[in-house]
Design a protein. Structure first.
Length: 363
């Protein structure tokens, strides 16, 4: 229970700094982060004054589970959870109650206000997410295991002939998902991208019945889910001897990706990290073919803060887990993306996705 205890303590400090008496947490990922609860219905009241004023609520389906997963908080089994806890906050004399305004609907806000008369409801968007940006050791270990499951799945897929002419993108995606399960994943962390030939030039192509053919670039963007944490990796392989243009853009993307990884330092501006990779591609004349940001945070969600892009804001901090994933996409011909998941460290970043970034030629 120690990680969740520390996380709630950090949240209480943030509440005190914001002059809030409590926070009503309704986002299930934030609830999992703060308590360890994995059910589908819950709310959490975190009191600024201490653990004794905090309350966890879920419904009758999860009573036993909550006793096991959240033994260190007062438990209420009732519904609707958000209104039950809003009323509890009012009864406890709460003056200023923060709520997750980026998750609560207009009607939900009205219902909470009606349940807690006399309590000032204060917008507190992203308060828990701001804590989630920097991962603790428990989270990094889960990410490390998720990345390892994905690495091993891809290695098995290639070793057992799973990438070969005649197979469809859908068949490859299904096998990749199964192999991640074989290596300890709860499932894929998102719908895998398997894109062959001209489809590899579509950044977020969804697998179809398109058939892999000799000479194709095959782009695989996938990840594994372990203990609620998501890995994210992209590798691009070629079926048979690569053409000169395929080697050219692969080597270019690999150089840009290396430059982006090297820019991952504490206090680095996220726009500068994006620029470090983007400028490599622009100098080679392919700037218009790199059509997305360089990367994003990963954790309990597949896309979290920070955003590494020209439109991003803020600086990196040691402990952030991010992706670095430049790409070059030549419409109608093919594309290359290379992506790793890394943790920002005071020294060099820790690389979690260990599959080779050399061009893999599948014969």
């Amino acid at each position: 229970m120690e990680p969740q205890t520390h996380r709630r303590a950090a949240l209480r400090r943030a509440l005190q700094a914001s002059d809030l008496d409590a926070l009503l947490v309704t986002d299930l990922l934030n609830i999992r982060y703060l308590t360890g609860f994995t059910g589908s219905n819950a709310a959490l009241l975190v009191a600024a004054g201490g653990e004794q004023g905090s309350v966890f609520c879920t419904d009758g389906r999860y009573g036993t589970q909550a006793q096991r997963q959240v033994p260190d908080l007062r438990l209420v089994v009732d519904r609707p959870c958000d209104l039950v806890l809003a009323a509890a906050a009012a009864e406890a004399g709460c003056r200023r109650l923060g709520f997750e305004s980026h998750r609560v609907t207009v009607d939900g806000h009205a219902a909470v206000a009606a349940t807690a008369p006399g309590v000032e409801l204060v917008r507190a968007p992203g308060m828990v997410e701001a804590l989630r940006v920097v991962k603790d050791d428990t989270e990094v270990e889960a990410l490390r295991m998720a990345c390892a499951a994905a690495d091993r799945a891809l290695a098995d897929l290639i070793a057992h002939g799973g990438l070969r002419p005649g197979r469809t993108e859908r068949e490859v995606a299904r096998e990749l998902a199964d192999r991640m399960l074989d290596h300890g994943a709860a499932g894929p962390s998102f719908e895998s991208i398997v894109a062959t030939g001209a489809n590899s030039a579509v950044p977020h192509h969804r697998p179809t019945d398109a058939v892999l053919a000799g000479g194709d670039l095959v782009k695989l963007d996938f990840g594994a889910l372990v203990d609620g944490y998501h890995s994210d990796m992209t590798r691009t392989v070629v079926l048979g001897e690569p053409a000169a243009w395929q080697r050219e853009i692969y080597q270019l993307v690999a150089a840009a990706q290396a430059s982006g990884r090297a820019a991952l330092w504490p206090d680095a501006d996220v726009r500068d990290v994006d620029a470090a990779a983007r400028e490599v591609i622009q100098r080679a004349g392919y700037g218009d073919q790199f059509v997305h940001g360089l990367g994003h945070g990963v954790g309990l969600a597949i896309h979290e803060a920070p955003t590494l892009s020209r439109l991003g804001d803020g600086k990196l901090t040691a402990g952030m887990a991010v992706t670095v994933e430049p790409g070059v996409y030549l419409a109608g011909r093919g594309g290359v993306r290379i992506e790793d998941t890394l943790v920002v460290r005071d020294g060099e970043p820790e690389l979690l996705t260990l599959t080779t970034k050399e061009l893999v030629v599948v014969s």
